[in-house]
Design a protein around this ligand. Structure first.
Ligand SMILES: Nc1ncnc2c1ncn2[C@@H]1O[C@H](COP(=O)(O)OP(=O)(O)OP(=O)(O)O)[C@@H](O)[C@H]1O
Ligand SMILES: [Mg+2]
Length: 253
């Protein structure tokens, strides 16, 4: 057995990744030569000002967005995402990745249980199994009382917890969340972070979180600070340096 500490598995390995939107005069380079390792066993947080490229970066890791042609390397659990067909990427994503969108993306016509069942139904599991599992995970995020409500009947924080349940229901190896606690009060924020911490305790799983929420920085093992399409600092949390330089000096993420 290898020591997990000395050779952590990499959930994601990005090298020299560039991403632009538009072309010609309106071309906007949003990601600039990004290098990043997301380690298993860690909660990694990605911080940075609005518009700096955080959502773009995690969408590339999740395989929902393509990098610029000919640019860099994206390995997810050692699989080369840039060499996979669209169909293979979709299959890989539905097995390995749980994604929580900034805007939740719940399906309005489905109840909570039905929404949370979707990733398992996509994997071909029976409705009976999927709904049983969905109920368990909804309980874990404190939504046991709201199983049969539709998203429009829920508060923002409740919708967020349903979106989190949906991202966890199929036991993915990499959880990626865009602002998972933004709409949550302190109690539910702590509940959700404890769920993530539990997942990241496993040596073959990783949690990657985009956040502006300074209440949850203490839960990070690592913080990557971004600005203007670049990663400026990759900081391992420890006793002596509890925050990255950039956050200690008044960078308002
Ligand atoms: N599909 C797109 N087409 C054109 N420009 C885009 C597109 N998606 C994002 N951008 C631009 O890329 C930049 C980075 O956007 P991104 O959503 O990654 O920022 P962010 O760091 O997640 O910001 P926020 O904290 O506000 O969510 C922004 O300037 C945005 O306008
Ligand atoms: Mg964003």
């Amino acid at each position: 057995m290898h020591s997990v500490k000395s050779t952590p598995l990499l959930a994601a390995r990005l090298r020299n990744v560039n991403k632009s939107f538009g072309d010609g005069g309106s071309r906007l380079q949003v990601l600039k030569e990004i290098n990043l390792d997301v380690r298993c066993g860690d909660i990694t947080m990605l911080v940075g000002p609005s518009g700096c490229g955080k959502t773009t970066l995690i969408s590339i890791i999740a395989g929902t967005l393509k990098v610029d042609a000919g640019s860099g390397e994206v390995l997810i659990f050692d699989q080369d995402l840039l060499k996979m067909s669209t169909g293979a990427t979709t299959k890989f994503r539905s097995t390995n990745i749980g994604f929580i969108f900034q805007s939740f993306n719940l399906i309005p016509t489905l109840t909570c249980v039905e929404n949370v069942s979707v990733p398992l139904l996509i994997q071909g599991k029976s409705t009976r199994y999927a709904e049983k599992k969905a109920r368990e995970v909804l309980e874990q995020v404190g939504m046991g009382e709201r199983m049969n409500h539709r998203p429009s009947q829920l508060s923002g924080g409740q919708q967020q917890r349903v979106a989190i349940a949906r991202a966890l229901v199929h036991d993915p190896r990499l959880i990626i969340c865009d602002e998972p606690t933004a709409a949550l009060d302190a109690k539910n924020g702590t509940l959700v972070m404890e769920l993530f911490a539990n997942i990241a305790r496993s040596p073959d799983r990783a949690v990657l979180i985009v956040t502006h929420d300074n209440r949850i920085f203490t839960h990070a093992d690592r913080i990557a600070a971004m600005d203007d399409g670049r990663i400026l600092e990759l900081h391992d949390m420890d006793e002596t340096h509890p925050l990255p330089e950039i956050l200690r000096h008044g960078f308002h993420a």
